[in-house]
Design a protein around this ligand. Structure first.
Ligand SMILES: [Zn+2]
Length: 373
């Protein structure tokens, strides 16, 4: 199945096959041959794009001295299907061959790749042929592979590590994005970033006014978040005041697609497109549209959204306590290459207490947390 997604500039899927052949050395019995296959995707980016690799047994031909009935070549437990993200490796370790014969494994890669300047969800099939022969008291595995049925030359190796040619992606372009479903957008763990966006009509039904102070020193009447996040925000700001006397004000919560469009266009008008993208999400790509984000400030900062917030007592308290209320600082310091955004100590994202607590102190960004959970 192929599906055209969106135009982009340039990229390639980096795929490597790496096979390791090892043999044992006992005397009497034929020692098994072991083959490990590693498949890596390097997208040159800490991209959340997901690639799936499936290792299947396709066919088994019996060797000459193999007289038993055909047997199922077992796949290593739990490793027949592996989902990985950019920069990672999928390892099919220790495929053990105890008999001579020819065994064909199929590695099916499902993921994104580029063709004619467009992203496709595509499949690439590697048929890995493992020929096992007896040499002395050892079995030796001899591996070769084809890509999509076409034989790849110069890849016959015996008893050594091999590194096969790559086909690869060098980067996920910024103008590529997958639109997430309404249901996914309603998850407290929803991932909205440069690569995943909300539809223009996404708007959560449970928006609720956040009862907290605004820049005018009044109780806010219109800034909203989803109800659960709103109550958590109120509790956090009340606690900051009750425990430490910190007065923190809310500046911007839920923003519709249309509002984000004008916010982003203002940034472009003021600082140009490239700079605008560092500080402002494009429409559909803002967590504010989720109803789970809130920008905070103080009277001392005049209600500005400033990196100086992190060095105020108020901002410092938020940094150390937000997780207790289910919030994370979504765009941490020194993570612009990964998040695409400058350090925003003022931008709080609700993900729930359990997830926020797990993330606190790890230095993970949300994408990294989601990869590990
Ligand atoms: Zn924000």
């Amino acid at each position: 199945m192929k599906k055209l997604i969106k135009k982009l500039t340039m990229a390639s899927v980096l795929l490597s096959l790496f096979m390791l052949v090892a043999c044992g050395t006992r005397d009497e019995v034929l020692q098994p041959a072991t083959v490990s296959i590693a498949v890596g995707v390097d997208v040159g980016d800490s991209s959340p794009e997901k690639f799936t690799f499936v290792l299947e047994t396709v066919s088994q031909e019996r060797g000459e001295d193999f007289t038993d009935a055909p047997f199922e070549m077992p796949l290593p437990d739990g490793s027949s299907q592996i989902e990985i993200y950019g920069g990672a490796n999928a390892n099919f370790d220790n495929l053990t061959f105890e008999r001579a014969g020819t065994f064909v494994y199929r590695v099916v890669q499902r993921g994104l790749e580029v063709e004619d300047d467009a992203w496709l969800i595509d499949e690439r099939i590697f048929d890995v042929t493992i020929t096992v022969t007896a040499t002395g008291n050892q079995l030796v595995a001899d591996v070769m592979y084809t890509v999509n049925g076409a034989e790849v030359a110069e890849i016959r190796f015996v008893n050594q590590s091999i590194s096969l040619p790559y086909i690869g992606v060098t980067g996920i372009p910024e103008n590529y994005a997958t639109e997430i479903s309404h249901a996914d957008g309603m998850s407290y763990l929803a991932l909205v970033n440069r690569h995943f966006r909300l539809s223009s009509d996404f708007s959560p039904a449970d928006l609720s006014v956040v009862n907290a102070l605004n820049i005018y020193g009044n109780m806010n009447q219109w800034i909203q978040m989803r109800a659960t996040a709103a109550r958590a925000m109120e509790l956090m700001l009340d606690t900051a005041y009750e425990d430490e006397g910190h007065v923190i004000i809310i500046v911007s919560g839920y923003r519709s697609y249309e509002t984000q469009t004008s916010v982003h266009n203002n940034h472009i008008a003021n600082r140009g497109e490239a700079e605008a993208r560092r500080v402002s999400a494009r429409p559909g790509h803002s967590e504010h549209q989720l109803g789970l984000a809130m920008d905070l400030s103080t009277f001392g900062l005049g209600g500005q959204l400033s990196s100086q917030f992190s060095s105020t007592p108020e901002g410092n308290w938020i940094k150390n306590h937000a997780h207790r209320f289910g919030f994370i600082i979504r765009y941490p310091a020194n993570r612009e290459p990964d998040t695409g955004f400058i350090y925003e100590p003022w931008h709080l994202r609700y993900i729930g207490v359990e997830a926020a607590t797990q993330m606190y102190g790890t230095g993970w960004i949300l994408e990294e947390f989601l990869l590990r959970n």
